[in-house]
Design a protein around this ligand. Structure first.
Ligand code: 48F
Length: 257
């Protein structure tokens, strides 16, 4: 085996994928449950999509389950999606199903990749491109190691017809857009309203309602949708995240038409 052939194989293959991802139908930021689910449904439907994930590992908040007990809970609607994905659930009591967080994270990742979505880990989105009559039309990317090492390195950009903010509690992309546009999100105030305290039932319902196009070209999904529109948090019940990801994918398909 030749080390240089191995190195060339990795470099060429990666650069090919990255060049392909410079022009996308939908760019997703964040590979948590919402982003991965959105990626799976879109890729399955033939949409050219990729996820940019800051961390080394994908899965966001799935792995830790609730307080590091690596189990998650879903309700009836969430169970339907887990059944579709072939993920084992156990009924705890009527309407509450338990699943293994590790199985959820690994299966979601595998499904998204096998459906054709590309996942780029270790890349952080540090800004958006706003063009074409005030529409989000791309992302500004940098290696996650750059801010970690406090290096001054300019980023690169990619173009995308739509962007999905699936960055979780911090709703980083919406935060950037509200800052850069002077508070013109489609929320009651034009700004990020902020996540409320835990209330699982309301949170699970509202996170789906709040999965919307929050600025032209920008859809918000998952916990980011709760934070942007001021819904409560829900804790380790994950049905809302999966349903929100699926709704974001559906919305993207409609907007792309
Ligand atoms: O936090 P995360 O899992 O978001 P989610 O899909 O799911 C939320 C649940 O995990 C849980 C919950 C629901 O029961 O309360 O918290 O809404 O995944 C978000 C991912 O986005 C990445 C981050 O590393 C994480 O893996 N991320 C955040 N900001 C950026 C980013 C960024 N600027 N660039 C790239 N990735």
């Amino acid at each position: 085996m030749d080390e240089v052939v191995i190195s060339r194989a990795i470099t060429e293959s990666y650069i090919k994928d990255l060049l392909e991802a410079m022009e996308l139908d939908v760019a997703i930021v964040g590979a948590g449950p919402a982003g991965l689910t959105a990626a799976y449904y879109m890729a399955k439907g033939g949409i050219k999509t990729a996820i940019f994930e800051r961390k080394l590992s994908i899965g966001g908040g799935i792995w830790g389950g609730g307080m590091m007990f690596n189990k998650i809970v879903v309700q009836d609607e969430g169970k339907e999606i887990l059944d579709e994905f072939g993920i084992t659930t156990t009924e705890y009591q009527r309407g509450y199903y338990v699943a293994n967080a590790i199985e959820l994270a690994s299966t979601l990742c595998s499904l998204a990749v096998k459906a054709g979505a590309k996942i780029f880990n270790l890349i952080s989105v540090e800004d958006v491109v706003i063009r074409e009559a005030d529409k989000v039309s791309g992302l500004v990317l940098n290696w996650s190691s750059v801010p970690l090492a406090n290096l001054h390195v300019d980023p690169l950009a990619m173009r995308s017809k739509l962007v999905i903010d699936a960055t979780g509690h911090d709703c980083e992309i919406c935060r950037l857009v509200t800052k850069k546009t002077g508070g013109r999100l489609r929320t009651a105030t034009g700004n990020i309203i902020g996540e409320k305290s835990m209330w699982a039932e309301v949170a699970e319902r509202e996170v789906i309602e709040n999965t919307r196009e929050v600025y032209p070209g920008l859809i918000v999904a998952g916990m980011a949708a709760a934070a942007v529109f001021g819904s409560p948090r829900m804790g380790p019940i994950f049905g809302g995240m999966l349903l929100s990801g699926r709704k974001a994918a559906k919305l993207a398909v409609e907007l792309l038409k």
